[in-house]
Design a protein around this ligand. Structure first.
Ligand code: TXA
Ligand code: MG
Length: 348
């Protein structure tokens, strides 16, 4: 398939929205930027169109997709009701990086959008290009992240081209995304809402609006006890295995030295602060200051992808504080590492 690639400019944007919206309405797939990561969109009411998303990504079809809208009024066309908590969250955080799971109205969306569930995840993105395209298209658009399944989500148009050029009808390219990690997913069909995926909006920010919520997010390592080799589940992962190092700079340096002694080519993914304390290492990719976790989030996927253009055989990543967006950073790193950690023991 020949993929049409548009570069957004002020002069051309309306024309691009019109062309891309026509493709979506005709049942084709188009990738577009949001403030979190790029998404690959299709008409959420068209089953054949949605199937093309799963095929292009190589994604298992039992994992439901998020429906994107440009106007809150659209929600009523496919949702049974909007619980009071959800209303408050929409008012506070939309447009923005929060996906809200709501009870689905039967027969309004293609069944494969929700993977047969009776609930649907909905989000209004805060990106002028996403909002422009969605408004012109006028249809609810199902859109997962625009990466091949298992790879880090795309935070630039080039990442989307790397993964999906030739596999989808169009790509709207508009530079880098803002947050750099996916939206927070919160289930509002429950009595007490539950955070299913940490992201751009923190638990504290949510609780300030609707009170206590449940966090169902567990690190992989606590989920299954000893994993059978080869059965580990990784996601957002570069080609080389990732291990998270919990400990001080001396401990971190020790792990690097040990791995080098085994003949590994070590890549490290660390804050500017830790970077300064480590020996010049062959492949050091910095994520910014650990005092500015927003910057770390913004750089994370780009740097994970960058390792694929090096010859490293193992990647050691710093453990960041799980506060604010740090929770989302550590959730993604945990998945990239398949739950693998090395920890400095208390007595060291
Ligand atoms: O930031 C984002 O959310 C990006 C951009 C493109 O909007 N999209 C994204 O979509 O990350 P995706 O498909 O990669 O992730 C959707 C997440 C999955 O973890 C999925 O299991 C969950 O949302 N999800 C979607 N609908 C759900 C539902 N009805 N019940 C429970 N989880 C749901
Ligand atoms: Mg994804």
């Amino acid at each position: 398939m020949k993929t049409k690639i548009w570069q957004i400019t002020k002069e051309s944007e309306i024309q691009i929205y019109l062309e891309a919206a026509k493709m979506l309405q005709a049942g084709e797939t188009v990738a577009f930027p949001t403030e979190t990561v790029y998404g690959i969109g299709a008409d959420a009411t068209n089953e054949a169109a949605v199937t093309k998303i799963y095929e292009a990504k190589g994604r298992p079809s039992d994992n439901p997709l998020i429906v994107h809208i440009a106007d809150q009024a659209q929600v009523h066309s496919f949702v049974k009701e909007i619980p009071p908590n959800a209303k408050k969250l929409m008012k506070q955080f939309w447009p923005g990086p929060l996906t809200i799971i709501l009870p689905l109205q039967a027969n309004r969306l293609a069944r494969n959008v929700t993977a047969g569930l009776d609930s649907v995840g909905v989000r209004m993105p805060e990106h002028p290009v996403a909002l422009g395209l969605l408004a012109v298209a006028g249809i609810p658009v199902a859109a997962p992240s625009a990466n091949r399944s298992g790879k880090p989500s795309p935070t630039s148009g080039e990442h989307v081209e790397e993964d999906l050029n030739g596999r989808i009808a169009g790509i709207i390219s508009a530079g880098k995304t803002g947050v750099g990690l996916e939206s927070t997913v919160i289930d509002c069909t429950l009595e007490v809402p539950a955070i299913l995926r940490p992201g751009g909006v923190s638990q504290a920010e949510i609780e300030a609006v609707i009170g206590p919520v449940i966090s169902e997010v567990q690190p992989l390592e606590q989920k299954e006890a000893p994993k059978a080799p080869g059965m580990k589940y990784t996601h957002y992962a570069p080609k080389a295995p990732v291990v998270i190092i919990e400990g001080d700079a001396t401990f971190f340096q020790q792990q690097i030295d040990n791995a080098k002694a085994r003949g590994e080519e070590v890549g490290i993914l660390v804050s500017d602060e830790l970077s300064k304390d480590l020996d010049a290492s062959t492949h050091k990719l910095a994520l910014g200051s650990r005092e500015h976790l927003e910057e770390v989030a913004y750089q994370l996927y780009q740097q994970l992808r960058n390792f694929d253009h090096t010859s490293v055989t193992i990647i050691y990543a710093e453990a960041f504080a799980k506060e604010g967006i740090g929770t989302a950073i550590m959730n993604r790193l945990d998945k990239a590492a398949g739950g693998h950690y090395m920890r400095q023991s208390e007595e060291d």
